[in-house]
Design a protein around this ligand. Sequence first.
Ligand SMILES: *Cc1c(COP(=O)(O)O)cnc(C)c1O
Length: 406
Amino acid sequence: MSVKLPIYMDNHATTPVDPRVLEVMLPYFTEKFGNAASRNHSFGWAGEEAVETARQQIASLIGATPKEIIFTSGATESDNLMIKGIAEMFREKGNHIITQAIEHKAVLDTCKRLEKEGFEVTYLPVQRDGRVNLDELKAAIRPTTILITIMYANNEIGVINPIAEIGKIAKEHGIFFASDGVQAVGKIPVDVQKDNIDLLAISGHKIYGPKGVGALYVRRRNPRVQLSAIIDGGGHERGMRSGTLNVTGIVGLGKAAELCQQEMQQEALRLGALRDRLKKGLEAKLDEVYINGSLEHRLPNNLNMSFAYVEGESLLMGINDIAVSSGSACTSATLEPSYVLKALGVGEDLAHTSIRFGLGRFNTQEEVDYVIDKMVQVVTKLRELSPLYEMAKEGIDISKMKWQTA
Ligand SMILES: *Cc1c(COP(=O)(O)O)cnc(C)c1O
């Protein structure tokens, strides 16, 4: 069987809308277009009912109650709201926040903004395996710490943090615990009770729902979490997030959450097997490949691998019928290695030749086999052109060589 090209294997960046999600969304664009805040006619009631169904579906997926779910425009907004909202509300209590180096920019840049406003932020380093060290976390806690914000699973390396342990530490110290759950929710079991999570950010388009819609879980019991709004207006969403609700998107997010809950277990098994097939297939035919981050504590759909002795850009060009991400980010004129891989201690060379494979619901075994063959073919060819690879194979230690510069 031949595969359809190009192949999409970048499901940490976004996912397609599941056709079953689209189907339930469609009526809400046209005949069921009511404003969920319209209290005096059936158009409004239908909208409100749909929103409440979605709230229930999302709450159920993460072990919350519907009233604890606030709808937003996406996880970037949810991350902003959970961090700025706590910071502003509890400013009197303390001005210290703890996060870690390999958070998503939606968290890191929010923290940077707060630093400009007088807050102090500790950016914990991560271990070589990409996880937060619990002793370092404990040591960073001060009497003024009001918030710990640490992501559930990382979007580049798929590494899962010891979230339940972090939640326990936060609770023992009476500090709020917020987590960017975007990559974990819907992919692995997430339970805000078990994990002692007080705030959890969720995105629609990472779980086969639409773009431009997200949710924030805000704990209401034990403790009841209060937060300042960052968008003012009509007082929607219990005053925490004003703005006419994106009913269509919310319906889609709800359905996406329901499907994840129903299918997560078997999907994780299937994607985990495909990922392992990809990993083994590459390792069987290529030497000098390195996995970035813990393999044990990792999302089933992620493989992040560096291919030594190839040039990153040539590699990407060679596999241009496969949509993946690389460990290099084009910032203006220069090619910057990923800050995530850097924080893990991955050298620049290996960071530049890293590829993030993000498997998803619609990937097939045929596609994985195509990707293995193509990667092997391109990497092998590029290495044939590489004098460094040849020297390494001859046993010359390149790191000890003295280079002559013209
Ligand atoms: C994609 C992503 C976000 C941002 O979500 P949007 O809904 O696109 O704003 C935040 N955090 C992580 C870990 C992500 O992967």
